[in-house]
Ligand binder design. Structure first.
Ligand SMILES: Cc1cc2nc3c(=O)[nH]c(=O)nc-3n(C[C@H](O)[C@H](O)[C@H](O)COP(=O)(O)O)c2cc1C
Length: 236
């Protein structure tokens, strides 16, 4: 979560039983860094680093986690309008997963064709495959479900065909405060990619429901920052 999930934060929550954690999101190219500055100016939390600082910073953060938790997989969630900086970041030593952020819906990011707007780009498939073909880490693609004008299952298949290792799916249903379980199940049934199910997990029951949909794994965001993560996840 932008501006929140740094190494210090993640080191504190790993003992709840997480076997993988995500740093970021970080903006990696000139356009996304400029967009981040605008987001900060209007008062929203963001991680902000200059172009030549951001990758060394992520490397430092990865080390801070690995030093304490060598067996936990570390992912970095990143945004860039072009693939090259993401390929560069995938080379960070000890980084396990580079996660392409095709999920952010902040207007400054959407305005430059990044975040969830990536899903509408004509070059979406080639953008993902260029990263997959040149990455030195596993590649995860984080998307939001039910984006207006975007077929989520078709998008999942594009990501699978491009060769990504994981589809991190925020199964948001914009009409309710809950995941779109049907859509999640449909994506899991009709693809072979490892789906990390995300959205609204705040109990063991919800984790079970997610596995019933066929996910490979799950992720939790808001329940972690709100402190309502009061259940043991180590058995999943
Ligand atoms: C304050 C905040 C910042 C977030 N920043 C990011 C981000 O940088 N990258 C990303 O992929 N998702 C980001 N998200 C989305 C969460 O990772 C997650 O997909 C979403 O909150 C739904 O999961 P949850 O119901 O467990 O919170 C953010 C969410 C929040 C609340």
């Amino acid at each position: 979560m932008a501006g929140i999930t740094d190494a210090e934060f993640l080191n504190k929550i790993i003992p709840y039983g997480f076997d993988a954690v995500t740093l970021g999101g970080y903006s990696l190219d000139e356009k996304t860094i400029e967009a981040s500055e605008k987001i900060i100016q209007r008062g929203r939390k963001e991680f902000h680093f200059e172009l030549d600082e951001v990758i060394p910073h992520i490397e430092k953060e990865v080390n801070l986690i690995k030093k304490n938790h060598p067996n936990v997989r570390v992912s970095a969630n990143v945004r860039s309008t072009i693939p090259e900086p993401i390929i560069e970041a995938s080379k960070i030593k000890d980084l396990d997963i580079i996660e392409i952020n095709c999920h952010c819906r902040q207007e400054e990011i959407i305005a430059i064709g990044c975040g969830q707007e990536m899903l509408k780009r004509d070059d979406f498939s080639s953008y993902i495959s260029e990263i997959v073909d040149n990455s030195e880490s596993d590649v995860s693609v984080k998307i939001r479900a039910n984006v207006d004008g975007v077929d989520t299952l078709k998008t999942a298949k594009i990501i699978e065909d491009a060769g990504a290792d994981y589809l991190h799916l925020d199964a948001m249903d914009p009409t309710v405060f809950d995941a779109d379980w049907k859509l999640l199940e449909n994506v899991c049934k009709n693809t072979n990619i490892k789906v990390i199910g995300n959205n609204s997990i705040d109990s063991v029951e919800k984790i079970r429901k997610m596995y019933d949909c066929g996910v490979y794994g799950f992720s939790i965001a808001r329940a972690v920052i709100s402190g309502s993560l009061n259940f043991d996840i180590s058995n999943f």
